[in-house]
Design a protein around this ligand. Structure first.
Ligand code: S3P
Length: 419
């Protein structure tokens, strides 16, 4: 298979959620271009509408959001259904903790199994009340109100936990300080600074000082590096040619998978590097070379956590072994991604093994055949979709529609570039 031509992947999911939330809470009108039109982002829009934010259709290319101000959200008349979206749930928990009303937060079957105490604990320490009827997961009731400042030593390297605390501090107008065990994606910090808020980062400590303001802003959402990784991997698995992926966010806190692909031997270069919307952006040019197995170390994990299923599929075609450790967080994503990835690799004939906090994959050139059980997990569907597009492999994905969570046009983009 030769690759050629160029592709523009949809807007970044993490930045899209934050663009909606911060624009809704700002004073004045914000213009947002290139929002990701996916199910997860629609969940954030639905929740904000239920809180009284006048949001139009968020699937259009450019929208204007009339902010209600940090004190302008009103008590919801119904439960806040976050669908499949962990980012909606955890970031909005921070906002709701600082609002003077009660909210009931719910989600789908997968989201309801994911841990929420990690955000409840710091927000309770700030003065909000949380009730769980089913242990650590949704549904969760948040009784918000006046909060006090917080210094928090986070046990998990999680941008969602960090962001929940920063947003609580922002809405409550109190200082917060978060110490992370490892640096995580810093979109919230960048976007708050872009709106006039005093947020400082020193090593893995992030401090927000009461701002008294949150400005409206015009932003363009860059292409999602997690989505770009699927097509960079397709090019890596090809036998020749080159593919360009345009306007991709290359924020270092998100670009770990690109570095791993380069380490495995792929020719991947950034062209036309420029800033856009407070983020570094580039066009990626990717072409295949011999692939070698690699070690993905614990310190790299936060920068490529969502890309590990795809990297595992690339490793299935590399020479030698690929070993991933320090990635226990994968077990609490949209599915247990260690089990889902390894079980599916084994089902199509790959030599792969689970580790408590990662996995081993031994690559080969043999044709891979079988059926993938996605567990409704969008990234599993796309990773194996890419591996299945490699000539000689015949891979059937049980639930193709789950890609709508983050990349609704995935299958048509894949069909177009492999035609
Ligand atoms: C995200 C943070 C990460 C990531 C998720 C999006 C975000 O989760 O896996 O897809 O937008 O902040 P954790 O914060 O749980 O690591």
């Amino acid at each position: 298979m030769h690759v050629s031509g160029s592709l523009r992947v949809p807007g970044d999911k993490s930045i899209s959620h934050r663009a909606l939330m911060l624009s809704a809470l700002a004073d004045g009108d914000s213009r947002v271009r290139g929002l990701l039109p996916s199910a997860d982002v629609r969940s954030t829009a639905t929740v904000l509408r239920a809180l009284g934010v006048p949001l139009a259709d968020v699937t259009v290319d450019e929208i204007i959001i009339r902010g209600v101000g940090r004190g302008g959200l009103r008590a919801p008349a119904e439960e806040l259904d976050c669908g499949n979206s962990g980012t909606t749930t955890r970031l909005m928990a921070g906002v709701l903790a600082a609002c003077p009303f009660t909210s009931l937060v719910t989600g789908d079957g997968s989201l309801s199994k994911r841990p929420m105490q990690r955000v409840a604990k710091p927000l309770q320490a700030m003065g909000a009340a949380f009730d769980f009827t089913r242990g650590d997961g949704l549904p969760m009731t948040i009784r918000g109100g006046k909060l006090r400042g917080l210094t928090w030593f986070s046990e998990t390297a999680s941008a969602q936990v960090k962001s929940a605390i920063l947003l609580a501090g922002l809405v409550a107008d109190v200082p917060v300080e978060v110490h992370e065990p490892a640096a995580t994606r810093d979109h919230t910090e960048r976007m708050l600074r872009g709106r006039g808020v005093d947020v400082r980062s020193e090593g893995n400590t992030i401090t927000l000082l009461p701002a008294g303001r949150l400005d409206a802003a015009d932003i363009t959402v860059p292409g999602d590096p997690s989505s770009a990784t699927f097509f960079a991997s397709l090019a890596a698995l090809a036998s020749g040619g080159a593919m360009e992926i345009q306007h991709v966010c290359i924020n270092p806190s998100r670009a770990g998978a690109f570095q791993v692909l380069v380490r495995m031997g792929v020719a991947l270069v950034y062209e036309n590097i420029r800033p856009d919307g407070g983020e570094p952006v580039a066009d990626l040019v990717v072409s295949p070379k011999r692939l070698d197995g690699t070690k993905i170390e614990p310190h790299e994990i936060p920068s490529l956590i969502d890309e590990l299923p795809m990297l595992a599929c690339v490793a299935a075609r590399a020479v030698g072994e690929t070993r991933v450790t320090g990635a226990a967080e994968l077990r609490v994503k949209e599915s247990d991604r260690i089990a889902t990835t390894v079980n599916n690799l084994q089902a199509i004939g790959v030599d792969a093994e689970e580790l408590p906090d990662g996995f081993l994959v031994r690559g080969s050139e043999k044709p891979l055949r079988g059926r993938i059980v996605t567990q409704g997990d969008h990234r599993i569907a796309m990773a194996f979709g890419i591996l299945g597009a490699v000539p000689g492999n015949v891979i059937d994905v049980d639930d193709r529609d789950c890609v709508n969570v983050s990349y609704p046009g995935f299958w048509s983009d894949l069909a177009r570039v492999t035609r």
